[in-house]
Design a binder for this molecule. Structure first.
Ligand code: NAI
Length: 289
């Protein structure tokens, strides 16, 4: 397997996956339709590595070596020669299917195509390609450079070779791959969805977001549900709830929140826009409870 990876989508997840891959020795190209998104993505990688230097985890020489393994492009053609591509574009089935069918024309026969989708059907994404056996899910968690779990999703037509190469790549990135079946939300997002949705429903009744988050933190969760949704991005979190609601035939357990929808409509997406349930500074630090 060549040491070159490609990541399509330079947002919250794409930039984190690029950082993890380059830090593990892979040459990696980051692709996005937007030049601005690429700049922001590279900025996030630099800031992430800088924090590691400050904490004494890597030297400044190592930081520079990691950065030298990363290239960026607005053209999908840059994925040519990659042994594995991770797609991390917006959570929209139509967009992902277009990306996969275009990718297939660019990469070599042997390349594995992986989607980072949280909630969409990997089967439907794979059906947009001529060779669905090479399509799998590789669902990383946020923040990708820190979180170790990767759900490796087996769609009905995913091949064993592609699945084991995805697992091997995850391991080389220092992650723990867990093979899961292609059910809506896989394991984590299915079990965790009520964590966000019940908290959002409580906030809709007027309960204070800070009190909800503090209570759950006090109970042992590392982050409360609403501050976590701020980190994930409310646009992404809402898209995942909408997708699960539809795929579970409108089961009330997955009913999306009106409050969250109006926050998205108002541009209060969380850390990435500086405001969600809380206000954030330029480095993403919480300004006040
Ligand atoms: P984001 O909104 O931060 O970034 C998405 C990026 O995709 C943007 O930079 C956009 O310009 C780019 N893009 C859109 N269409 C494109 C195309 N046709 N070709 C290339 N780039 C394109 O989104 P985020 O949060 O990084 O999510 C990406 C994927 O990862 C989604 O499928 C999401 O469900 C999944 N995910 C998100 C997590 C999170 O906590 N935010 C956690 C785990 C998975």
């Amino acid at each position: 397997m060549s040491g070159k990876l490609a990541v399509v989508g330079a947002g919250t997840m794409g930039s984190g996956i690029v950082q993890s891959a380059a830090a593990s020795g892979f040459e990696v190209v980051m692709v996005d339709v937007s030049g601005e998104a690429l700049e922001r993505g590279m900025g996030a990688v630099r800031a992430g590595l800088e924090r590691r230097v400050e904490r004494g985890r890597i030297s400044s020489g190592e930081r520079d070596e990691i950065l030298s393994r990363i290239s960026a492009s607005t053209s999908l053609e840059a994925c040519a020669g990659a042994s594995l591509v991770v797609e991390a574009v917006v959570e929209d089935l139509g967009v992902k299917r277009e990306v996969f069918s275009a990718l297939e024309r660019v990469v070599g026969e042997e390349a594995v195509l992986a989607t980072n989708t949280s909630s969409l059907s990997v089967a439907r994404i794979s059906a947009s390609t001529a060779r669905p056996e090479r399509v799998v899910g590789m669902h990383f968690f946020n923040p990708a450079p820190v979180m170790r779990l990767v759900e490796v999703v087996r769609a009905p037509r995913s091949g064993e070779e592609a699945l084991s190469r995805a697992e091997e790549t995850a391991r080389r990135m220092g992650k723990t791959p867990v093979r899961v079946s292609d059910t809506p939300g896989f394991i984590v997002n299915r079990v965790a969805r009520p964590f966000y949705l019940e908290a959002l429903r409580l906030a809709e009744t007027g309960e204070s977001p800070a009190r909800i988050d503090a209570s759950l933190r006090e109970e042992g969760f590392r982050m409360g549900p609403l501050e976590l949704a701020d980190l994930i991005g409310h646009d992404v979190n809402l898209a995942v709830s909408e997708s699960l609601f539809e795929r579970y035939y409108c089961h009330s357990r997955f009913r999306p929140s009106h409050l969250q929808r109006s926050m998205v409509e108002a541009g209060l997406l969380g850390r990435k826009t500086g405001r969600g349930f809380y206000d954030y500074g330029p480095e993403g630090q919480k300004r006040r409870e």
